[in-house]
Design a protein around this ligand. Structure first.
Ligand code: SAM
Length: 269
């Protein structure tokens, strides 16, 4: 038996296409999470160690700034864990920010999605004077050339009040030829191999899919333009991160968590 063709009104057609588009965005977001999990074996654990540390150290926390927030993966976890908290999700990629608006739509009254370039020393102006209790970042700051990273830490020293906290989760570097570098790289390769064999999209194919998705071509062209001339990152070590934070007047700095070359570095302002 053939399915009868159903005539839909213009309003119904529009609502069906809105639902379709919402599902497509949900799929892209899910696929992003799997893709990022493929590059960071303990990504979920890394997020939760920071959430626990914030809950412990800042029981009165009211506002968190997520820098390099992407499509809002960490911001969402913060909004879920702390129902009183407002989050600023800052990034410079208009395509990921478009996805962040969808991803965080249930928290619209507690989230601001802010566009700013962390390489630009004027970026704190994008906060319009708001002062976060904590600043977090995940898998983002390795994009910054080292001089920009060091300057960013100085600026964070001004953005945070005394007692405020900073947490950076990222892959950091060990000396070429060292045991830890070799075992870290081997572990990354193996975890990625297993993930991609299971059908998880890698970075390039995820972006290729997004590029072909309705409404994203122009946003991605703008993204390509914004990141075209960023000089190469020199893979700073955990020691460089903690020393830069110390010089930026953080009173206590250190490693909160580590798995091979994957770290959570923290600073207490
Ligand atoms: C690998 S993604 C991680 C996104 C998100 N934090 C997560 O864990 O899923 C790196 C993010 O850093 C952002 N980023 C890189 N350089 C930046 C800059 N100069 N200013 C603002 N955001 C930047 C990118 O746009 C991207 O969203």
């Amino acid at each position: 038996m053939t399915t009868p063709y159903v005539m839909r009104s213009a309003t119904e057609r529009q609502s069906v296409s809105t639902v379709d588009s919402s599902l497509r965005l949900d799929d892209l977001i899910d696929s992003w999470e799997h893709q990022q999990d493929a590059y960071v074996r303990h990504r979920a654990g890394r997020f939760s160690v920071i959430l626990d540390a914030i809950a412990y150290a800042l029981p009165e926390v009211r506002s968190v700034l997520d820098i390099g927030a992407g499509l809002g993966s960490f911001s969402k976890l913060i909004l879920q864990r702390f129902p009183e908290v407002t989050v600023t999700a800052l990034d410079y990629d208009p395509a990921l920010q478009q996805l962040a608006r969808h991803n965080l739509r249930d928290y619209a009254d507690r989230v601001s999605i802010v566009e700013a370039d962390l390489r630009d020393p004027a970026w704190p102006a994008a906060l319009s004077g708001s002062r976060p209790d904590a600043v977090v970042s995940s898998t983002a700051l390795h994009w910054l050339p080292t001089p920009d990273l060091v300057r960013l830490y100085y600026l964070l020293g001004d953005v945070l009040d005394r007692g405020g906290m900073f947490f950076n989760a990222d892959h950091l570097s060990h000396a070429a030829g060292s045991f830890l570098r070799e075992v870290g790289e081997a572990d990354d390769r193996e975890h990625q191999r297993l993930s991609f064999t299971r059908g998880v999209a890698d970075w390039d194919s995820w972006w290729a899919t997004l590029r072909e998705s309705d409404g994203f071509a122009e946003l991605i062209a703008e993204r390509d333009r914004r990141f075209a001339h960023s000089p190469e990152n020199r893979k700073p070590t955990a020691g460089l991160h903690t020393e830069a934070l110390r010089c930026a007047e953080f009173s206590e700095v250190g490693t909160l968590w580590q798995y091979l070359d994957d770290y959570v570095v923290y600073g207490v302002r």
